[in-house]
Design a protein around this ligand. Sequence first.
Ligand code: KG4
Length: 338
Amino acid sequence: MSITILGIESSCDDTSAAIVRDCVLVSNVIASQKVHEFYGGVVPELASRAHQQNIVPVVSEAIRQAGISKGEINAIAFTRGPGLLGSLLVGTSFAKGLSIALGIPIVDVNHLHGHVLSHFIKEDENSEVPEFPFLCLLVSGGNSQIIKVMSPYEMQVMGQTIDDAAGEAFDKCAKVMGLPYPGGPYIDRLAAEGDASRFKFSKPHIPGLDYSFSGLKTSFLYTLRDEVAKNPDFIEQNKADLAASLQKTIIDILMDKFAQAVKETGIKIIAIGGGVSANSGFRNRVQEFADNHGLKAFIPKRAFTTDNAAMVAVAGHFKYLNKDFCSLDLPPYARVTV
Ligand code: KG4
């Protein structure tokens, strides 16, 4: 018998609902919140209010697009954390209410597990998925982690950022250049036309497999401050080269440690996930690295790099198989690693 899961994601500023049947994607609806652009970052209070407005239409639309009746859903998977607490409360409370109304179980999902397991979202029954164990480099606005994935239930963080995440480095440096929020996609586009060897920014010297991006941000800021003092049009005249050089530095930092993790573990299957894995330069470098080292790389479709409920539904599918249900009195949580 096939298993149909409704996934709900509301950890930050995207309200999303998806239906998967045996991990095959049936529908995936995302309502993004434009309201934050004006403030240059996500405003938690506005995010939770927008989720409150979006949650009913988004879930209804996911069920409508799937062409199923509510009675066909076996369980509801929802993101319990980490994320913004007010945002998480909307998805969590909605999932609980709907589970009582439909008389079906709920499954709580760790958002980071969702990103890792996004590689198991199947477009059809023949989609290729990673074999275990694999190494996943999870890079988003809030996290930069190297994760050893032994099974859908067993993941080990081998290294992570000790300060800013890679996405924050993109966004904060983009802000210094006067680009809109979130700056990552703008840097990506500008970088395609720039010379990545033009500027050098500092790289961290952190032991082990941990990352640090705060020094790069400072180095970028000081370079721009000094150059703008000499030429007020410096940023405008050099924006493509600045973006390309910044992007290359971030990718170099990410790949140095990821390569070290591959070497230490001897694992031959690698994957990337999270918002920054949409970056064109990063995707190319990961594929190139895999090709040069005889590895198999799993690079997610861009639609599954950002926050989405399909990955939550798939992570929920695995927990459902294990009968790992969640009780109605469990609250959401704001912080946790894998
Ligand atoms: O996983 P995600 O959607 O959510 C949070 O962690 O909140 O990641 C968002 C991050 C942002 O920092 C954004 O700038 C970055 O992913 N991002 C990118 C690109 N697309 C999104 N960074 C670089 N290049 C991109 N194309």
